[in-house]
Write a protein that binds this ligand. Structure first.
Ligand code: TNX
Length: 535
């Protein structure tokens, strides 16, 4: 090669490597919509492979690393995470010790830098999520963040997403992906349904038969027929796996709330330990859906020993301040004819009155027993709204599921703290529309706009009662959802509408939400998640 050719080749190479990479402009109109976005006149910040994510506080390192990973996945940009910020071209994450509003953050974007400042690490995380969701994914390009100031904080402290891993079982990787889905939507509680009639999914060292016997059913009812397959179906999570999920979620500022059902929805435990039931069995794990007649015996000492043991193990695995102990759909017929339960009723002097029957009060006794054990471990209970009918006191948090006018409003009026999860609006196992083939074929359909237009705090509540509504949650029961890909389809994008209910205080505009949703759906696709496409 002649010298001149070499010079030309080197120059050409330099030109390609110096040529600015393509760039896309970020858009702060994300889901959920931040409270205040003020665009300013200056030049945009250019996020490129040369940018540094500066984190001087080690408490924020995981947040920065997760952000860097998300940016990489959406834009191909490999930004470096470092302790010190260079003179320019950095995104700095920091704690604002002066701010007292939990989970709040502010973002300041100039040509030289982006500063994400949170009241706490969760605030920083949500600020970084906003920067992530502002990216138009899949372009393999630098990102231009327009100069701006953003301030934001959530409406509700409890923002929940639920997954039933009993009726169908999802492996740990799927559960972690579900947690990623929650995190992308700024959801901070994962309600994990782990025990029910069709399986027991938590390893117990004290009661090993719970999983040896109670985690596998003989078969499963086929669709809406009365026929069963005869394929054994099961699975459970080891304590180590459960702890791994707790850590994974904590890194994303999500508390894992386990649900252990009491005293109904118990066939798996009864099959493993028949002495826990009123008749002594034998019992068989349920292979169909609905409500069984069998229930824990409230008159037998072994039931209370069982509750103590399980609660202790649960508290060792899940470090958070609340545990869900169910309480829904407990048929009390068996207690009416069980001599031990009737004896207990007499011993406790429980009498039927205008509000509750003696058996309902006995259910309350069981729930109270569990609640006290949990209280001794520093935990508060959540129960389904039936616990109000049974007379549980207002130390319980009520999760209302039976429609908006039911436990939710009554609970808030009666002084309970309430989480709204009505099956009229926020049950994502229900199909979206007539003619759907995926999901539960119940008569009620829950399209996206029904979720979006749900009002968790109706005007009829006084301000004091309204303040009792501490959160909103979407539930994914899985009787009719056998695969994780279908879980995603049922949850997305309804989870996006849920996120706006949980986070945004401003008046709602469904069309504007749909415009914001378009980019979020591109992000779902970039992450490889299945979802139902909304136009
Ligand atoms: C009612 S919600 C149930 C669940 C079912 C769900 C199906 C609640 C407290 N109980 O056991 O899976 O409906 O949508």
């Amino acid at each position: 090669m002649k010298i001149a050719d070499i010079i030309i080749a080197v120059a050409a190479l330099a030109a390609t490597s110096c040529a600015p990479r393509r760039a896309t402009t970020a858009d702060y109109q994300v889901v959920p919509l931040p409270r205040s976005i003020e665009l300013s006149a200056g030049e945009a910040f250019r996020l490129s492979t040369r940018s540094v994510i500066a984190v001087s506080d080690s408490a924020l390192l995981t947040d920065a690393l997760i952000f860097a990973d998300n940016v990489q996945r959406l834009s191909g940009i490999d930004a470096r995470v470092a302790a010190a910020a260079p003179r320019r071209n950095y995104i700095r994450v920091t704690l604002d010790k002066a701010s007292s509003r939990p989970e709040s953050y502010s973002i300041s974007v100039t040509a030289d830098s982006i500063v994400v400042s949170g009241a706490d690490a969760a605030g920083v995380f949500y600020g970084l999520q906003t920067l992530t969701k502002a990216i138009t994914p899949g372009k393999d390009a630098d990102v231009l963040y327009p100069a701006a100031t953003i301030t934001d904080w959530p409406r509700f402290a409890y923002r929940g997403g639920h997954l039933d891993c009993v009726r169908h079982f999802f492996d740990i990787d799927s559960v972690k992906t579900y947690i990623d889905m929650l995190a992308l939507h700024n959801i901070n509680h994962f309600h994990w349904h782990l025990t029910d009639d069709q399986g027991w999914r938590i390893e117990s060292k004290r009661f090993p038969l719970l999983t040896e016997v109670g985690s596998v059913r003989e078969g499963t009812i086929i669709g809406t027929t009365e026929e069963y397959d005869s394929i054994p179906y099961g699975g459970y999570y080891t304590q180590e796996q459960l702890r791994d999920v707790v850590r994974y979620a904590a890194d994303r500022h999500i508390s894992v709330i386990p649900e252990v059902e009491l005293p109904g929805h118990m066939m798996a435990a009864l099959t493993a330990y028949p002495q826990l039931g009123c008749t002594g069995g034998p019992y068989k794990l349920w292979c169909r859906w609905g409500v069984t007649d069998d229930i824990l015996c409230a008159g037998s000492d072994s039931t209370y020993t069982f509750i103590d043991g399980i609660i202790d193990e649960i508290c060792d695995i899940f470090p958070y301040g609340i545990v869900h102990i169910g309480g829904d759909e407990a048929p009390l017929g068996k207690w009416k004819t069980c001599p031990r339960c009737q004896h207990k009723i007499r011993e406790l002097r429980l009498k039927t009155d205008s509000r509750s029957t003696a058996e309902q009060k006995l259910q309350n006794h069981v729930m109270r027993y569990a609640a006290e054990r949990l209280a001794s471990r520093g935990r508060r209970i959540i129960g389904w709204d039936e616990i109000i009918d049974n007379g549980f006191d207002t130390t319980a948090i009520v999760m209302s599921w039976r429609g908006p006018a039911d436990g939710g409003q009554d609970g808030a009026r009666l002084g309970y703290k309430v989480i709204k999860a009505p099956n009229t609006h926020l049950y994502f196992d229900y199909q979206y529309a007539e003619g759907d083939t995926v999901g539960a074929p119940y008569w009620r359909k829950i399209p996206l706009d029904t979720v979006y237009n749900y009002n968790p705090v109706p005007a009829c509540l006084t301000p004091e009662q309204a303040a009792n509504v501490i959160g909103v949650q979407g539930n994914v029961w899985t009787e009719f959802i056998p695969t994780f890909s279908e879980v995603q389809y049922m949850a997305l994008p309804r989870m996006a509408a849920l996120a706006e209910l949980q986070w945004v205080e401003a008046d709602k505009d469904y069309d504007a939400f749909l415009r914001r949703l378009a980019r979020l759906q591109d992000i779902y696709a970039a992450y490889g998640w299945n979802f139902r496409k909304e136009k």
